[in-house]
Design a protein around this ligand. Structure first.
Ligand SMILES: [Zn+2]
Length: 341
């Protein structure tokens, strides 16, 4: 059976098109998932515009933020059955014996390969998924929301696991993309006062972020950071895609504060990082997520404590991927969601 798929077929800019592909054959430990919805990620856009910095296995079906129903189960799969509503993590291939995998941090296994660049992703009707990365989705959580579990997990890791927030803290988030907005929302959930900082061209996305109860700032965040005692904010979450924002973070954060860096970009640093030493700042990177984070985030989404609806800008059939990508690329919507045809 053939289905339409959004395929990134070459490294050149713009090399994405709809192709008819065969549904995949599953192995003994896999399930075949019928995709209900798939989110468009900034990384999908980067592969389309060819300004990504990771190796891609061309041709590859894009999409790693997805959920759907199990339609086939491999012969060695236990605890899963046809009809189960699930979302999938992104680590499609890992090494079981890698020391990072053995301690549960398979997101940091250097041999890890993800959907949408390493193996075929979910912007199509059927996707092959190893059963070890599946999670149940309760009936009350619609797939249009559940498919965004992945970016919420990125935010959870950056804000909850890789930072330390106490109620009443003042936290600044740099960069109002999907991850920045979700980080701001997660920091609010932790009890912080939050300001989300962007540029004039981010005005629309910042307006959406206000629904999460954070302040929004265009330009200089220093007055907000110093409002209480003049020393700076307690923590900064850097969700911008440029290295230079680290300089801003170092200026905003108070002595003995922290910076959690989740945004990344290929540019080298062009400034002195002595303030990191002088102010005794903890600088922490945050990458991806693992099993316990997914379980927590699904619980938050299902209970309604965490709501992704404000960031969903629309749902398009995969065949209209171009419009969905374009709207996100221009910042007209924060997050586009696709559905297979
Ligand atoms: Zn993503």
């Amino acid at each position: 059976m053939k289905s339409a798929a959004v395929v990134n077929y070459a490294p050149e800019k713009g090399s994405v098109e709809i192709r008819e592909i065969e549904s995949p054959t599953i192995g003994a430990e896999d399930v075949l998932l019928e995709v209900a919805n798939v989110g468009v990620c900034g990384s999908d856009l980067h592969q389309w515009t060819a300004d990504h910095s990771w190796p891609v296995n061309y041709p590859v079906v894009l999409g790693h933020e997805f959920g759907g129903r199990i339609v086939e189960v491999g012969k060695d799969v236990e605890h899963w059955k046809e009809g189960d509503r699930v979302v999938s993590e992104t680590a499609a291939i890992i090494s079981r014996d890698n020391p990072m995998t053995r301690r549960g941090l398979y997101n940091l296994d250097p041999t890890r390969k993800g959907f949408g660049y390493g193996v075929n992703g979910a912007m199509t009707k059927y996707v092959k998924v190893p059963s070890r990365i599946l999670h149940h989705v309760p009936d009350q959580l619609p797939f249009e929301q559940a498919c965004l579990t992945e970016p919420c997990c990125v935010a959870y890791n950056a804000v909850v696991k890789n930072a330390r927030i106490e109620p009443g803290d003042r936290v600044i988030v740099l960069g109002p993309g999907t991850i920045g907005i979700l980080c701001a929302a997660m920091a609010r959930l932790c009890g912080a006062e939050v300001a989300l900082v962007g540029l004039p061209q981010d005005a629309h996305r910042l307006e959406i972020a206000k629904q999460y109860g954070c302040e929004v700032i265009i330009g200089d965040a220093k007055p907000w950071a110093q409002q209480r005692d003049g020393l700076g904010c307690d923590g900064v979450i850097d969700a911008a895609g440029a290295s230079i924002t680290l300089k801003i973070a170092l200026e905003l954060v108070r002595p003995a504060g922290w910076i959690s860096k989740v945004g990344w970009g290929p540019q080298p640093l062009g400034f002195n990082i002595d303030p990191l030493v002088q102010k005794n700042i903890t600088l922490q990177g945050s990458f991806s997520h693992n099993w316990p984070i997914w379980e927590r985030v699904i619980a938050l989404l299902s209970s309604g404590q965490f709501d992704v609806r404000p960031i969903i800008g629309g749902v398009w059939p995969v065949t209209e991927w171009h419009e969905a990508f374009e709207k996100m690329h221009k910042g007209e919507v924060v997050k586009s969601v696709l559905r297979p045809v």
